[in-house]
Design a protein around this ligand. Sequence first.
Ligand SMILES: Nc1ncnc2c1ncn2[C@@H]1O[C@H](COP(=O)(O)OP(=O)(O)OP(=O)(O)O)[C@@H](O)[C@H]1O
Ligand SMILES: [Mg+2]
Length: 365
Amino acid sequence: MTSLLRIDHVSKAYGSTQALDDVSIDIRPNEFFALLGPSGCGKTTLLRSIAGFEDPDAGSITVTDASGGQTDLLVLPPNRRPVNLMFQSYALFPHMNVRRNVAYGLEREGLSKDEIAARVDEVLATVGLADRAKARPAQLSGGQRQRVALARAIVKRPRLLLLDEPLSALDRKVRAEMQLELKRLQHEVGITFVVVTHDQEEAMSMADRIAVMHHGRVQQIDDPVTLYSRPANVFVADFIGSGTLIPGIAEGAGLSALGRVLPCHAPAPVAGPAVVMLRPESTHLTSIDDASRLLDGTVVETHFYGGSTITSVRVSGLQPPVVVRTAGAPRHSVGEQVGISWAPADAVLLAADDGTLAADPGAAV
Ligand SMILES: Nc1ncnc2c1ncn2[C@@H]1O[C@H](COP(=O)(O)OP(=O)(O)OP(=O)(O)O)[C@@H](O)[C@H]1O
Ligand SMILES: [Mg+2]
């Protein structure tokens, strides 16, 4: 498939900080693409490089234009690039009403009054703010202000819209609504979206594909399901979703750990120090004498989440407890001895990653 935006071996350092380290990503037309990673991993630097507010030290960024030709973005000033960046901390003009805020960018482009009015009306309807057009930013809720910022970015009809943490200012509930909204909007306006977030659930729920970044490097680019079920390394396994990581030594098609060989699946050949990743919903509890059990443990905690239960099981020799998700109410009590099992295909074997687990407990903020 031809890409719309090609980021090719891009690097950028600030003094001794390598903000981007040999980043290559192809973004497809009409894709909802997410850049995901912990604070400081280079997400904003990459967006700013695409938009033209940052000059990479090396690499190229090109866009495929309508005729199929390649345009080198790095030689163009920001205002000549077919992209629009919605900043991490967007600012609306407080003295202008919603309509003027949205129209501002078009007025500066010198479009006719009629065309501006038509386009602003259309965009305000799309983001559901037609009836708030005369309000000032101070009279809006956080979610509505975010919508104005979005409307302002969309109204210019860029081929590519770059959104830096577009929902970070919102509380949890509004945020969940806006995630769906953003997805619908992207579908409706037919613009390619690149959205930055450090929230893995947000990325998973919205994006067609996700690039996971860490220390300026791309760790994996895949669709959400593949990232979750087939992480490329321990960092991704730990950062995406929840689960249990058991360290040991790769041995044939298994992991030698806790005095036995645990059955698992190795997407890529692994030798030496390794980790097996178990997802909570693919890990099962059995009775303590069940012949199919792979580990024995003691229930230390149960949490009922309405539809499902998370049970934490302490296994001798293993630091964090094994987490198991089951449908319905808790079926085991704290202190109970249980067996643990899984299908080998659901347990992913990964090469151990020197220190990643200990060094990086996940996203800051
Ligand atoms: N102008 C700058 N001068 C010096 N260092 C910078 C500058 N901008 C960014 N950095 C550093 O580059 C690294 C990447 O920063 P960046 O803003 O891209 O991270 P981020 O992934 O967007 O993080 P966050 O999730 O916190 O927004 C960080 O270590 C940051 O401190
Ligand atoms: Mg940032």
